[in-house]
Design a protein around this ligand. Structure first.
Ligand code: NAI
Length: 335
């Protein structure tokens, strides 16, 4: 790897696995990581002092104030170690002259396969069976699922992850339909049919969300959308929490319109996920309500967490930092 200028990087929201994979990827490079556990927010920006760049993750807050504080301390380079960038005020970054890069694609399969894991667990209730068998309870009452084969699976957003998910579901023998304002002929060639929103909602037995969080997709799954779904629809969200209106979905679960719900993301997840809160009283009542449903399964934003994805995220992040700090062209640059 050709190098030059030293790039000192403050890594926010560090977990053990970030440290391992990023350190390995930075061997023989001009990138030096300084690992920090806190999440990036106005109160923690100060921890980045002395660095020339920062590395941030999904729940780090990169709003105009934080970006300005970074710039004031001489930091004009942000490397996101994730694909989504809804937590970054790109306009403010551009105005301030802060360069931002992300990891555009690492392992779409990692997230798609996690969505399938949620789907299959909810359907065949292996999480409940696991506990029963360990307690010596071999009754099957309450464990009935349905054949996934032959069901209609609806994908919202046929990008890299949505497409990978669609391919897997075609392998199960499902009819796969999609909603995306930007239909892709390659997806149609795969045998996936685009439908208008209302038809999409009313025909799908299982709906999986794979679009980015934008002003258009914010609360896209609201009370109206839930009302158009088939009774008993399974809803899976591995994309971003705010794409669903959680209150509307809770009402849908109560009425049975939503038959089961699998979440890897949650709108207020920054207060919960990636932390051990097992000794604390969780104050988020909406989240607590979700946990009371037997047909809701929540994981804490782990869709990306495979060895292959982590290697690719770390490699691309180091490469982005190297290119940007050397003023080279960077394909993953957002601003
Ligand atoms: P992508 O950019 O390849 O695809 C996004 C698709 O959504 C595109 O086809 C786009 O046309 C479509 N889209 C845009 N606006 C839409 C709308 N209003 N309605 C329906 N579709 C719309 O993105 P990729 O790589 O497939 O990732 C999708 C999302 O998955 C990311 O934005 C991120 O939020 C989430 N993600 C979650 C992870 C996890 O660990 N749970 C990890 C990585 C990504």
């Amino acid at each position: 790897m050709s190098d030059s200028r030293e790039c000192r990087v403050a890594v926010f929201s560090t977990q053990k696995y970030d440290r391992i994979f990023l350190t390995q990827a930075a061997t023989d490079s001009n990138v030096q990581f300084h690992f920090l556990e806190p999440r990036l927010e106005p109160d923690t920006v100060i921890l980045a002092q002395g660095a020339t760049a920062i590395c941030a993750f999904v729940n780090d807050r990169l709003d105009a104030d934080v970006l300005k504080a970074l710039k004031d301390s001489g930091i004009d380079l942000v490397a996101l170690r994730c694909a989504g960038f809804n937590n970054v005020d790109l306009k403010a970054a551009e105005d301030l002259g802060v360069r931002v890069a992300r990891v555009q694609a690492y392992s779409p399969q990692a997230v798609a396969e996690h969505a399938v894991a949620l789907l299959m667990t909810l359907n065949r209730k292996t999480h409940r069976a696991f506990n029963r068998v360990r307690e010596g309870n071999f009754l099957l009452d309450g464990l009935m699922g349905f054949d996934v084969h032959g069901r209609t699976v609806g994908i919202v957003g046929t990008g890299r992850i949505g497409r990978a998910f669609g391919r897997i579901m075609q392998g199960f023998g499902c009819r796969v339909v999609a909603f995306d304002p930007y239909p892709d002929p390659e997806v149609e060639e795969m045998g996936i049919e685009y439908l208008p929103w209302e038809a999409f909602l009313s025909q799908s037995d299982i709906i999986s969300l794979h679009c980015p969080l934008t002003p258009e997709t914010h609360a896209m799954i609201d009370a109206t959308a839930v009302g158009l779904m088939k009774p008993g629809t399974m809803l899976i969200n591995t994309s971003r929490g705010a794409i669903i209106d959680t209150h509307a979905v809770i009402d849908g679960l109560k009425s049975g319109r939503i038959g089961s719900l699998g979440l890897d993301v949650y709108e207020q997840e920054e207060n919960l996920f990636f932390k051990d809160l097992s000794e604390e009283v969780i104050q988020d009542e909406v989240f607590q309500r979700l946990l009371t449903f037997p047909n809701v399964l929540i994981t804490g934003h782990q869709g990306f967490l495979t060895r292959q994805a982590m290697e690719e995220i770390a490699r691309t992040t180091v490469d982005n930092l190297r290119c940007l700090s050397n003023d080279e062209r960077c394909l993953n640059r957002l601003v």
